[in-house]
Design a protein around this ligand. Structure first.
Ligand code: HEM
Length: 214
């Protein structure tokens, strides 16, 4: 790894995507706290962020939409980086080397690793289901248009997807903070070429292709 590589920075996340991401994190926190306070009586204290339980109920669907719609936009913008690629299966089979950071055994991967791609797909499914079921159960505006049984199913699916999303966000947070330089990339937009060579080597090829075109 040359000194030049360590210093030379390349763009990994554009400003618009970074604003979108951190906006999702901020309203996502309000959504999860108010949502938990509504669903589980023992977690009612979490709704204190809204002031009263009534306000938590009022704010939750609005915050939920403010989280899910930008999330869908972000997912659409990142879709091209998350397609399955040739080395992804090999990378998954070498998961032991990945976990123990045994670099020689890890097949080179591109912009995102298969673990991130699985997370990406989970966010796609859960954000869509949470939005659709959330609208269906929204009292007093939309719920009256559906039968009690349908709303019951919507509530169950909503709770399951919220739990799945929460678990995956925890995994996402853990992975993001585990890989040094990753959060800085999402904050400031740039990562060093050395970082790419270590974590996403094929991204450098994509980057040089883009540079050649310009
Ligand atoms: C809890 C705090 C969070 C932190 C510290 C965090 C950190 C990050 C970082 C560092 C990246 C870039 C990863 C890379 O460059 O390889 C990223 C990407 C991303 N994050 Fe987060 N994130 C957080 C919460 C969330 C939440 C709540 C969501 C949505 C539910 C989310 C959705 C995404 C998506 C969709 C991407 C793009 C990943 C892809 O295209 O595969 N993040 N995050």
């Amino acid at each position: 790894m040359s000194k030049h590589d360590k210093q030379e920075m390349i763009v990994r996340h554009k400003l618009f995507d970074r604003i979108c991401h951190w906006f999702i994190v901020a309203v996502g926190l309000v959504t999860f706290l108010t949502g938990f306070s509504i669903f589980f009586p023992s977690f009612q204290w979490m709704g204190a962020i809204a002031g009263t339980p009534q306000l938590a109920r009022f704010i939750h669907p609005i915050a939920g939409l403010m989280m899910c719609l930008p999330l869908m936009l972000l997912l659409a913008r990142y879709y091209h980086h998350n397609k399955w690629e040739k080395n992804d299966l090999k990378w998954m089979l070498a998961i032991k080397d990945v976990m123990f950071e045994n670099e020689e055994g890890i097949p080179p991967i591109g912009h995102y690793n298969p673990g991130q791609k699985v997370l990406f797909r989970t966010f796609v499914v859960t954000s869509i289901v949470l939005t659709v079921t959330g609208i269906m159960m929204w009292q007093p505006y939309f719920a009256p248009y559906f039968s009690g049984v349908v709303v019951g199913w919507a509530i169950l699916l909503h709770a399951i997807c919220a739990l799945i999303m929460m678990i995956f966000v925890i995994v996402h947070f853990w992975m993001a903070t585990w890989v040094e330089g990753s959060v800085a990339g999402m904050l400031y937009g740039k990562v060093s070429k050395a970082w790419c060579r270590k974590h996403h080597p094929l991204m450098l090829d994509e980057h040089s292709d883009v540079e050649k075109k310009h």
